[in-house]
Structure formats: C-alpha cells, structure tokens
Design a protein around this ligand. Structure first.
Ligand code: SF4
Ligand code: SF4
Ligand code: SF4
Length: 452
C-alpha cells in the first residue's frame, strides 16, 4: 500500500482554500505513513489532498516553539469578511511585520518558467509611491528594521537607488534587494552603488547544474551568476544565495550551495525556497512536493561540513512550521553550529515551565529570538551582536562578519497547502501601493494582480 493510500490518524483541523475557486474550506491534517497530509473538500470542486510535511515528528516537535505574537502599532483594515479576506493588517492578525516587502516593478529582464510573481511586462511604482509605502510601514511598525525591494526585477527600476535611500532616510536599518543578478553581472557601477548604500543582495541562485538553470530559468545562467558574484565580491556587498528548490530538479544541490556559501567571505547565508503553485510553475503532484524537512535532511546530509538535521531550529515569531534556520561559526575549515553551543530548546520552548528564570536566561532567550526571526538578515550587525550574546563571545563583529553564516529554509504556501492559522501569524508583509500590509502568502494567493 502506498503512503497516499494509507489511512490517516487525525492531527488537527484548520481552514484552507479551494485550489480552484479560492473559497475558504474546512481542512483536516492527518498523519499518513509518517507524513502530514491535508485533506479538504470544496462543495463545487471536490476533494483535494496535499502533502504538508514529509516528517510528522518534525512537524509536531516544531509546534512547541510557537512564540506568542506582538501586535503591530497600527492597523489598516477592519475585521469584516473574515481571514484571509480582510488583509491587512486587520485586528485578527496575531503578529507584527518583521520584514516588509515592496515590489517596485512588475517588469523583469527574464522570463523564468518558474516565477511566483508571474513577472514579464507590467507597471512600475513611482518614487513618491514608494515613499508613501515606507511611511505607512513606519506608521504600522514604529521602527521597522528590514525592508526588501522586490519585483519583477527591482534592479532595472531607474529609481531603485533613490528608493533605497528613501528607506535609509526613514531609519530602516537593513535594506535588501531581491535580484536575479543580470544587471549586476554587467553593470559594475550599479554594484558599487549598492555597496555604498550598504544593501544586502538576495541573489537568485538555484544551483550549479546547467539543467537546473534551464528548467527553472529557461536558460543557462551559470556565467551570468558567476559574473554577478564576482562583482558583488569585488565590492564586498553582503550577499545571500536564494535557491528555488524543485522536486527532481535540484534537490541534489543543497550541499553544493551551502558549501560554496561557507567558502565565500561576502556570502552570508543561503535561503532555500521550495517552489509553490503560484504564478508560473510546473505542473506537479501536490502529494509529492518538497517540504521543509526534505530540505533540512538534504542540506545536512549533502554538505561537507558535518551538519545534522538537529542543527536546524524553527523560527518561532511566525508559525514554527513556516521556516527553520541554522547558524554556524566557521574556523579552520570547520563549521560549529550554534545548536551545539547553546541548548535552544531550553530557552525557546514556550510551553514548558522553567523554575525561576533569571536575567541571564532572558538575555540569552532574547538573543536567540532575535537570531531566529524573519528580521534576522545574515551578516547584519544585529545578527552578529546577538550571536555573540547567545554564545557568550566577545562582541568582535568585524571578525565574526566572515565567520557566522546562516541557512534558512522558507517554504511559502500556495492555495493547496494554505493554512489560515499560519497566515494569521505571518510576519512577512507585502506593503501594497494603497499602503496596506498583506501577509506574503495571502498576497500571492488572493491579492496579487488584483492590486486590492
Ligand atoms: S491574514 Fe491577518 S490581516 Fe489578513 S485577514 Fe487574516 S488576520 Fe487579517
Ligand atoms: S523569477 Fe524573478 S527573474 Fe525570473 S521572471 Fe520572475 S521576477 Fe524575473
Ligand atoms: S510568508 Fe507564508 S510561510 Fe512565510 S511566515 Fe508568512 S505565512 Fe508563513
């Protein structure tokens, strides 16, 4: 009997979306053959099943680390139609926004077969609009820490440097640029401007195989990525490799990406993002998709640095099954994961009682919370300072900058695996041109294109 034919033992219930009409439907999560499977029925379109997690034990364990949320300073909408149709943020939302995303253009200089934003040719925002959106973000958050300019391809917007300056002028400490790297490969002056603006680049980087590029991007981009990385390196731009992962395409390249990042001083981390069924995507089996534990297992087993699955820890500010991360310290070609230095469970289990916690305990817990957060940007001063506090190191940030690396796994949701409980605690927000903040997974499934 295959895993899909085995009976489920009920795990819990939630609400999800019909993948055909996007109506809200009841959904049941069950454990089947050691995996978590969601089952839901739409009265008009029938019953659907989707894999939520390939490891039910990990899924249940992660739930222990569900940190209580913090309300935003201000809301933009009222509760009316019910979640997820009131974004946002509405009074029902359970978490403030750690990371704000602004899509400055729908245009792109590529036409990838896999593109959740379905980018090609479209409209772009004016600088004044972006300034209003940044002002709104400040109003909602008080002191927002991180903004990410995205698209489309944000580097081709003629005013992108001014937009970065506008974020800086609002005291937003960390500005990220989400880019395919094409402009960086050919425009050294632009890379120098990014370095001067102290931007962190999230560089689309799916792997080293020609077939990976051709499948996910429609062309062999290896030389382009190489040229972009050389330029980013030359100007010392903080860089994070953003790897889209697709079943049967590049699951054998986790280790190569991690090991490459660990060897390059200016690459501060790797983010693995499994593909999801939004925008342009390949047809694939919802019961055979890459889930968070698959990436953990692959990265740990393939890396030459001796990582273990237990070195990855859930990010507790959002739903703990939304993302997971590990930090390592590199010395003499060896990697020491933070989990081997500090017992994370001791500090981050929000359901166990701990007798008489003291100031030192809370200081360490806070530093871990700051590290395992959607606002933790690899290589940033905040990450390095909290890393030092977490493991009682002297705060020598200059020396640590090239030694501390982060691996993040971020499986976004589509209409198939959508879980309302996760989106209600989302801390990654799309700032829309009408100055609302829409949780990223709600935006992709329900709001993108509507410009609501
Ligand atoms: S996702 Fe959050 S902001 Fe959107 S409707 Fe639900 S609770 Fe409200
Ligand atoms: S995935 Fe990125 S680079 Fe590719 S078409 Fe979409 S926006 Fe452009
Ligand atoms: S963007 Fe999606 S996966 Fe990420 S925290 Fe929000 S709801 Fe979770």
């Amino acid at each position: 009997m295959s895993a899909t034919e085995q009976p489920s033992s009920e795990l819990d219930s939630t609400k999800s979306l019909c993948p055909v009409c996007l109506s809200l439907v009841e959904a049941h999560l069950g454990v089947r053959g050691g995996r978590v499977v969601m089952e839901k029925t739409c009265p008009d379109h029938g019953t659907f099943e989707v894999l939520i997690s390939s490891d039910a034990d990990y899924y249940r364990w992660a739930l222990k680390f569900n940190r209580p949320g913090t309300a935003p300073r201000a809301l933009a909408t009222a509760s009316d139609a019910g979640c997820p149709y009131d974004c946002g943020l509405c009074p029902e939302h359970q978490q403030h926004t750690c990371l704000g995303i602004i899509e400055v253009t729908e245009n792109c200089n590529m036409r990838c077969p896999t593109c959740f934003a379905d980018s090609s040719v479209g409209r772009s925002l004016e600088l004044g609009q972006v300034e209003s959106m940044l002002d709104a973000f400040v109003r909602y958050e008080g002191n927002p820490e991180v903004v990410q300019f995205s698209g489309g391809e944000p580097s081709i917007h003629p005013q992108i440097i001014e937009m970065i300056s506008a974020a800086r002028a609002r005291n937003i400490k960390i500005v990220m640029l989400n880019s395919n790297g094409v402009r960086m490969a050919h425009d050294e002056r632009f890379v120098r401007a990014l370095a001067e603006a102290n931007v962190t680049v999230y560089l689309q980087f799916d792997g080293f195989k020609r077939s990976t590029h051709e499948t996910l991007r429609g062309e062999d981009l290896r030389e382009t990525k190489k040229a972009a990385l050389e330029s980013l390196s030359k100007y010392g731009v903080n860089t994070v490799l953003a790897c889209t992962v697709q079943r049967g395409v590049n699951e054998d390249e986790y280790g190569a990406a991690v090991d490459y990042a660990f060897k390059q001083p200016y690459i501060k981390g790797v983010v693995f993002q499994p593909t999801f069924f939004s925008g342009r995507h390949p047809d694939s089996d919802p019961l055979d998709r890459v889930t968070l534990p698959d990436v953990i297992k692959g990265a740990a087993s393939q890396s030459g640095y001796g990582l273990l699955q237990s070195d990855f820890f859930p990010i507790p500010c959002c739903s703990p099954n939304c993302s997971t991360a590990t930090y390592v310290y590199l010395e003499d070609g060896r990697a020491t994961p933070l989990t081997r230095v500090v017992d994370h469970e001791d500090y981050m289990d929000y359901f166990s009682n701990r007798a008489l916690p003291d100031t030192e305990y809370f200081t360490k817990r806070t530093s871990l919370e700051n590290l395992y957060s959607a606002s933790a940007v690899p290589g940033s001063e905040k990450v390095l300072a909290n890393y030092c506090t977490a493991c009682d190191m002297p705060p020598n940030l200059g020396e640590l900058a090239d030694r501390v690396k982060m691996i993040l796994v971020q499986p976004f949701m589509d209409a198939w695996n959508f879980d309302v409980r996760r989106v209600m605690k989302c801390c990654v927000g799309e700032i829309t041109p009408d100055c609302r903040v829409v949780p990223f997974c709600a935006f992709n499934n329900l709001y993108r294109g509507r410009r609501a």
